[in-house]
Ligand binder design. Sequence first.
Ligand SMILES: NC(=O)C1=CN([C@@H]2O[C@H](COP(=O)(O)OP(=O)(O)OC[C@H]3O[C@@H](n4cnc5c(N)ncnc54)[C@H](OP(=O)(O)O)[C@@H]3O)[C@@H](O)[C@H]2O)C=CC1
Ligand SMILES: O=C(CO)COP(=O)(O)O
Length: 339
Amino acid sequence: MTTIAVVGSGSWGTALGMVLADNGHDVRMWARRADQIEEMNTKKTNEKYLPEVTLPETMSGFTSLEEAVQPVEVVVLAVPVKAIREETKKLLEVSNRPLTIIHVSKGIEPGTQKRVSEMIEEEANGHANLHSVVVLSGPSHAEEVSRRQPTTVTVSSTNLESAQYAQDLFMNQNFRVYTHSDLVGVELGGALKNIIALVCGVTNGLGYGDNTKAAIMTRGLAEITRMGVKLGADPLTFSGLSGLGDLIVTCTSVHSRNFRAGRLIGQGLSLDDVLEQMGMAVEGVRTTQAAFEMANRFEVEMPITSAIYHVLFNGIKPEDAAGELMGRVKKHEEEKLTD
Ligand SMILES: NC(=O)C1=CN([C@@H]2O[C@H](COP(=O)(O)OP(=O)(O)OC[C@H]3O[C@@H](n4cnc5c(N)ncnc54)[C@H](OP(=O)(O)O)[C@@H]3O)[C@@H](O)[C@H]2O)C=CC1
Ligand SMILES: O=C(CO)COP(=O)(O)O
C-alpha cells in the first residue's frame, strides 16, 4: 500500500483516484473548493464532475495542499494545463520529500509551446525534491474509468523505472497500463488529438457525417505525426494508444468535451458561450493556439489546425473553413516524414 496524493479533483483526477483506491492505496484528494471536499468526504460523491459514482472509503479529501501532500512521495497532477505551473510550484514548496509527479493533462502551453512535463521541469528548477516526472495518457474517458470499464493507457518518462513504478501503481483488471519510451510522442499525441476532436465536433455541428469525420481523423493524424516527427518523436508512437487510440475515443465518444465544444461551435455558438456552457476543461482550445504557433515556428504544414485556429480566434465561419480545406491545391497522400 502506498499513500498517494491526487492534486485536482475534477473528472480525471477523481476517476484515477478511484483506480488507485481500488488497488489498495491510500488516496488523498486535493481540491480548491471546500464544499467539494466536504461532499467527497461525507457523501462520498463528486456530483459536478462524476455524477452517480460512489467514491471508495479509502479516498479522503483535503483543501490544504500541504496536508494532502505532506506524507506522500508520489503525486498525480490532474489539473488543466493552464494550472500546471502554479500547482507544481505550490506542490514543491509544501513538500519536503522526493516527489514522483505523474501528470495526466493533455495540452501544450500557448506562447512557450511547452509540453506539460517540460513545464513541470521548468517550475521545479532549483527544487531538489523533484524525483521524476511521468505522463499517463491514452484513450480513457473518466466517466468509463470510474465505472470500471476495461481501459488501456500508456505511461512514459525519461526515467524508465519511474514509468514502471507508475504502471505498478495503476495497473489492475480493468485498467491496463503499458510503458512507452517516447515521452515527446506520448505527450504530443495526447495534446494534439484534442484539436482534431474539436474539428470533428465542428463538422458534426455543421451536419456533415461519417465520411467527413473519417477524413478529419485520418488527415488529422497525418499532421500530428508530421509535427511529432519534426520534434523528435517516433512516428510509430502515433499509431499507439496515446496517438490513434486517443484520437479515436476523443473524436467519436459522447463523453468528449472537445468534441461537444466543437459541435456547439459548428452549430453557430461563440467560443465564449461554448466555454461557459461546458464548465469543464476543453484543452483543445488553448492547444490549437499553441499548435498554430508551432506550425509557423517549425514550418510544419498543419492545415486542419490552421483552419480551426481561424474559426476559434479570427471569426472565420466553420463552413468557410471547411470550404478552404477542401479547395486546397492537389496533393499526393503518401509523404516522406524524415529527410
Ligand atoms: N476527463 C477525462 O476523461 C480526461 C481528462 N484528461 C485531462 O486531464 C486534465 C484535467 O481534466 P479534467 O479532470 O477532465 O477537468 P475537469 O474540468 O473535469 O476538472 C478540472 C479540475 O481542475 C481544477 N482546476 C481548474 N482550474 C484550476 C486552477 N487554475 N488551479 C487549480 N485547480 C484548477 C477544477 O477545480 P474547480 O472545480 O474548483 O474549478 C477541477 O477540480 C486535462 O488536461 C484533460 O485533458 C485526460 C484524460 C481523460
Ligand atoms: O482525453 C480524453 C480521453 O482520452 C478526454 O477527452 P476530452 O477532454 O475531450 O473529454
